[in-house]
Design a protein around this ligand. Sequence first.
Ligand code: KIV
Length: 274
Amino acid sequence: MSVAKRDLENRKVTTRRLIEMKQRGEKISMLTAYDYSMAQLIDQAGMDVILVGDSASNVMAGNVTTLPITLDQMIYHGKSVMKAVKRALVVVDLPFGTYQGNSKEALASAIRVMKETHADCIKLEGGSEIRESIERILCAGIPVMGHLGLTPQSINKFGTYTVRAREEEEAQKLIDDAHLLEEIGCFALVLEKIPAELAKRVASEVSIPVIGIGAGNGVDGQVLVMHDMLGINQGFSPRFLRRYANLAEEITRAVQEYIEDVKTQDFPNEKESY
Ligand code: KIV
């Protein structure tokens, strides 16, 4: 690869660059991160987008849903990630209860995230119901990524994490919402757990990048939760998940070996002592 091409590849990913990637047909890689050390590895590996997802509520804090995580906690994770990342575009989720129903509060939440974490943009869940909040945030110059389909912050309304928008009416609302989000100025969209044909249709109809999770291969990029794809989180095996490592097994082996070495006084040895 030429030096000029490498410099181009290494430059910071922007919202505009994601749109150019869609136009070129280049797929967008996106993965969650919540802390400095993992964010550094993921960024150095060449990830396009790092999502500080409110899935931190599950995988970092051990909650059953994403609902309990607070804005302060999301800001803590966002700050940690931002200290590590040099290249990837960093998106921070606005947590449940900080943007629905009150657009002024939504703007205040988004401003806090941007000012305190130095992240590049925010993501929030929903379509026409939160139009006013999205518009107010966009008016302040804060880029917004939308999120439609399975929206985990609404789990108590739906009562299940099964595939969304299989029925005509829900599918039509999702299509309308995707067009609305594009029209009001969102720079990208996550589609979670919907039929692949529907996701492909949305991606072909809107000019903004569509990133899928459990939404098939016809979209502009893919996102996964880091703990799931690295096999740290063993109890979660939806059909859409591909595991790229089995870190739970590897970590357990290493920890057990360490325990054994401590018990048998094999560790530390002479070379490891002063
Ligand atoms: O919070 C999160 O990790 C997410 C992804 C599942 C898209 O929103």
